[in-house]
Write a protein that binds this ligand. Sequence first.
Ligand code: ATP
Length: 330
Amino acid sequence: MSVPAVSFRGVSRHFGSVRAVDRVDLDIEPGEFFAMLGPSGSGKTTCLRLIAGFEQPTAGHVRIFGQAAEGVPPYKRNVNTVFQDYALFPHLSVIDNVAYGLMIAGMPRAARHSAAEEALSMVKLPGFGARKPSQLSGGQRQRVALARALVNKPRVLLLDEPLGALDLKLREQMQEELKSLQRQLGITFVFVTHDQGEALSMADRVAVFNEGRIVQVGSPEDIYHRPEVPFVADFVGSSNVLPAEAVQGLTGRAVPASLRPEAVRLLPEGGHAARVTGVSFLGSASRVTLDWNGIRLAALLPGGTPRPEEGAEVRIGWDPEALHLMEGRP
Ligand code: ATP
């Protein structure tokens, strides 16, 4: 077993009565692209700050590559952060922004400029060193922030919603570039986002946060197809939640089950009777809401499938394997 890049044991960070992070256990493996996903205020950024050393736990222990982090200041942790607002110095050139940390560490000018040039090439901005941040596009500023965080080759890179300020097309492009940069460098990336699509498409593993707790950790496939609790089913891709019963021997137990909208199909006959309560066209698919014996269900129909009329009585069905029992703690 390798030593985890980051480990949390019983870590809490409370601010008065606010439990920003509450009894979190977590291991992030070396070289992993790890996403922290959750709604606003669920504790993701506070977890990142605990790793960076900007915040101290009120209980529990953080370790970085096996070493206790207590009392170790941020600049000695071998960890860097890329912030959402980039936090570039407007009066410094790009190269001096990237080399700033090396200058503070006392590296001579020629050596730090050559390291900064190398970092700028890594993020596909060679030759931009003389510009000021105001002479760059939003996407280019984001790359400079990334180069600055990579310049001293940290073992762990923390990214706090780094793509949040970019438009959709640029964001998708940067998602792919970040992913390939991470593979190439082999650095452990810990990425905070509230965008489930971003977490699922980029990460090797995802931790889903709710109210300061991690409610599930797993591969994107696990999180999407096998949610353990209704919160995950609902937050990641808006699943249908159905009442179900787990039967063991002769006794049954009520357990909620999740069913992805794309698993619900309209059938020519058989199946269950349901009524269409809404239809919306999404471009590549249509989203149909249904009333099935008082239970509200969403179905995602691939583009090209005939769309039913609102109010129509239809037959619906799904593969039994598509139903996933959620046996985790709520
Ligand atoms: P977002 O996606 O909006 O950034 P988040 O999941 O990163 O949210 P945190 O920023 O970690 O959430 O905040 C978790 C909770 O802790 C919130 O209720 C927040 O208001 C509270 N909190 C964070 N920092 C402080 C602080 N310094 N003092 C008081 N409360 C704080």
